[in-house]
Design a protein around this ligand. Sequence first.
Ligand code: FAD
Ligand code: DHB
Length: 438
Amino acid sequence: MAADFAANYRVNLRNRALVACGGARRLRLPINNERAASAPLPFGRDPVRTQVGIVGAGPAGLLLSHLLHLEGIESVVLENRSRAAVEATLRAGVLEQGTVDLLKATGVGERMQREGAVHHGIELRFAGRGHRIDLSGLTGGKAITVYAQHEVLKDLIAARSAAGGTILFEASDARLCDLDQKTPSIRFDHDGGSRELACDFVAGCDGFHGVCRPSMPESARTEYTRAYPFGWFGILTQAPPSSPELIYTHHPRGFALVSTRSPDIQRLYFQCDPHDDVDNWPAERIWEEFRVRLATLDGWAPCEGPVLQKNIVAMRSFVCEPMQCGRLFLAGDAAHIVPPTGAKGLNLAVADVWLLSRALVAFYRDGRSDLLEHYSETALTRVWRAEHFSWWMTSMLHRFPGNDPFQVRLQLAELGYVTSSLPKATTLAENYVGLPFA
Ligand code: FAD
Ligand code: DHB
């Protein structure tokens, strides 16, 4: 797969001068690293023009901008938070094989290869015993890489910066205009003034709470949703790894997950009340909960250390259909959410923008609009598969309030089957390491 990506990414310099862009000024600005340090922006009263206006500098927006740049397509990324906040937000940690291959093939995988940890298996732990799922053995050698999402973002921001790309941080109040016209635009506030960015297409990469999805008329979208009656309590701790591979644990008190970040920083989660307050959980209480839930019959215990950070995230499944409307294309969490149990959210965002970038390249290079027209339909096939996998992992591993003993027995039967049947284990493994992008 790496070879495929590499072949696709031999940048053809002849294609760098693509479509002429109207009469408005084209944008060639450096990234404004810090508001105070940034040079005045050449946004005047006239709209500045680019080819693809991207809202959101998360994994979806930044990677899309990078992929388009490699194909000679210009974009501007508008982000409402500061660069420091974007680079400090703790979220995902598990990268699928396809995500890793893509980052490597497009020149942003160097630090990930150096600092990330390649894992060839995971453990499912239930009824006090661990059972290894041999991810690589079951998928012809594929693996996952544990490398924090904000480190991926730092690498992408550095790459866009080195290439002279434009990311406007602290760009607030974005409003999308004329999405049904050939020249949509994004109005926003930046550096104390009102600005306008005219473009050919808008990529809505602004996450679940963004403005892009609500810009689609309600009559033009259908939303499918499921809220879960629990959240995840996540910690970062200064301690050595408790285990060489991730541990997903089913326990009568609720789910627990052991992950990692580096040889001396670990990431762990346990299922909690989504309305709980982190202040109710001093370190000793947190470790007691982990000790109980992760215990095995042969006396396994996690490596404990000071708790450096703690947070609670709510869990939901959500899909918006379609993922496009006129000249607006949604990608990543703006279009869909999965509960984190399958480690799919960031990876789905990557798969979406890979697809969208191919469709935009076909449009600009070959004058073909069919891939753009079918973007949503193509993306949603993979999205719904990941939705199912994430729901299934969540249902199998969590304690549901009101669960009667019958339902618990069903969960244990499912876990027993997954860890003893080759086809069932293969299903878990191939979904976990990631299905093909398209
Ligand atoms: P986001 O990361 O949400 O980025 C959207 C960006 O848009 C943000 O920077 C936001 O500030 C900006 N924005 C929002 N509104 C506006 C606006 N109006 N104007 C301008 N900018 C705007 N996924 C995995 O694949 N593997 C994992 O292991 C994993 N673990 C997770 C663990 C936890 C605890 C959580 C919470 C999530 C996890 N995920 C995981 C999910 C993953 O983090 C998300 O799916 C991913 O961040 C989605 O990327 P995105 O670019 O679509 O959206
Ligand atoms: C991590 C997050 C996940 O959602 C998951 O399923 C596995 C690991 C992590 O943050 O390391």
